[in-house]
Design a binder for this molecule. Sequence first.
Ligand code: DQA
Length: 139
Amino acid sequence: MKIIIINGPNLNLLGKRETDIYGNLSFEDFFNTLKEKYSQVDVSYFQSNVEGELIDKLQEVGFSYDGIILNAAAYTHTSVGIGDAVKAIETPVVEVHISNTFAREEYRHQSYISAGAKGVILGFGLQSYELALESFISE
Ligand code: DQA
């Protein structure tokens, strides 16, 4: 089973960025633990701060992988292009967020990703990614 986690802007700063909201762990450390725990799954990771690079990656993996776990971060709330890419590809996408975006500013309540996603998991910290991975494994 081939799964990819795709992270959007500023998520490369996890562990340093607004730690009261996003926690103290870097994504690399979290990802290494996740890979060890789910060694039966071929899980990879891509991060970019650039909208077009996220769209390119979705198109690249979106016809061959078994699942995509997407945290488009701030682009979630602004990007028609990423939303369209999610709808255009065949691989199911689970949208994740670390924080509960509905408990935050109103502009974070809108998502251009959700309509094309298989499901949405948010508010569980980094565990949101693990729950998304479990959802593909237990299919
Ligand atoms: C986020 C929530 C977004 O509103 C924010 O812009 C992020 C991270 C989350 O994982 O909680 O960068 O996607």
